[in-house]
Design a protein around this ligand. Sequence first.
Ligand code: NAD
Ligand code: TYD
Length: 360
Amino acid sequence: MKTYLVTGGAGFIGSNFIHYMFRKYNDTIRIINVDALTYAGNLENLKSVEDRENYTFIKADITDSAAIAEIFDQNDVDYVVHFAAESHVDRSIKSPEVFIKTNVLGTAVMLNCARAAWENADGSYQEGKKFLHVSTDEVYGSLDEDGGYFYETTPYAPHSPYSASKASSDMLVKAYVDTYRFPANITNCSNNYGPYQFPEKLIPLIINNALHGRKLPVYGDGKNVRDWLYVDDHAKGIDMVIEKGRLGETYNIGGHNEKQNIEIIHIILDTLLEMLPEGDERRKLISRDLITYVEDRKGHDRRYAIAPDKIKSEIGWEPETMFKDGIKKTIAWFFEHEDWMANVTSGDYQKYYDDMYQNK
Ligand code: NAD
Ligand code: TYD
């Protein structure tokens, strides 16, 4: 039975990955979820798995090397799946330091502890061990509107403190591969959407605001392009890279689904109106007049677009969910989990929202 040590499993993609893995492998794997439970980590995301005998949650900070070393001491970990990070660009522009601490130092701690646990006396590694570092396409910088894609060979050119910290963490993983022959893969994925996404990110923020008749903030001219991937397709890609990825390699993950932000907002409004039953009070709140152009994000990358050729040809990964279906599934999930949204937007969220949007 393989043991997966998942970091950041209480966040958006990590919790979806854990659900995906238990759906696929059921009782034949073991998952240890290590998460510090920052504002973005939520154990409610994992309610349906918490009683499983093959699931363990450990509250720990990845920058705490003693705590992480102890987890490796007490468990025979086969795979590390490293999601834990500070992940929101706007927060990184306001407060960069925590991004450097968690994303760079935290990754160094994870690499050191995995290496100490897995390396043999002769510098080789125990059979079958792997460190999967989950990263983003934002490390490649920004593309022109009229062409080009991010390949694994595209030079790194991050612009935000978030993407710079993720680029640094990727470089550390590459350095461990080159220096210590450390068994790792890196995946660089495009923007994800789906259940459990925290409503600081574009799609859940627009769904939540529209349902409450609140302004829909569009940064700049609304024509920045992101390449959207349903989160289960990302989980599938990570699982396949763990199984089939060549050690030391990087794989880009994305589904050729580019959309301007303003298009996303119109699709969400159309889909909400299509899905809400006649007579539902919320229909009256939803209006195009809520769309509000606000000051642009500083250093706002214009376009991201992944070329997934390598993961398709080498590993056989392909996305399964078209955007029109994924957005319906996502909205349906938010309809069924109103309590989840109410819980995560109580407490500190309102303060965050006011601070972030008051001058926009
Ligand atoms: P998220 O912000 O929803 O979740 C991050 C999780 O990490 C939370 O559970 C949080 O509690 C935990 N965490 C934060 N700091 C920690 C620390 N010091 N120690 C332990 N746990 C800590 O993020 P997400 O959107 O799920 O992203 C997960 C990973 O995927 C990140 O590495 C991110 O860079 C990458 N990624 C995200 C996207 C996207 O569209 N969201 C796309 C590509 C790659
Ligand atoms: P986001 O979801 O923060 O992801 P990322 O910055 O990592 O791509 O933002 C997606 C796009 O939406 C990005 O171009 C910024 C834009 N955006 C808005 O226009 N308004 C908003 O309120 C937010 C949160 C994002």
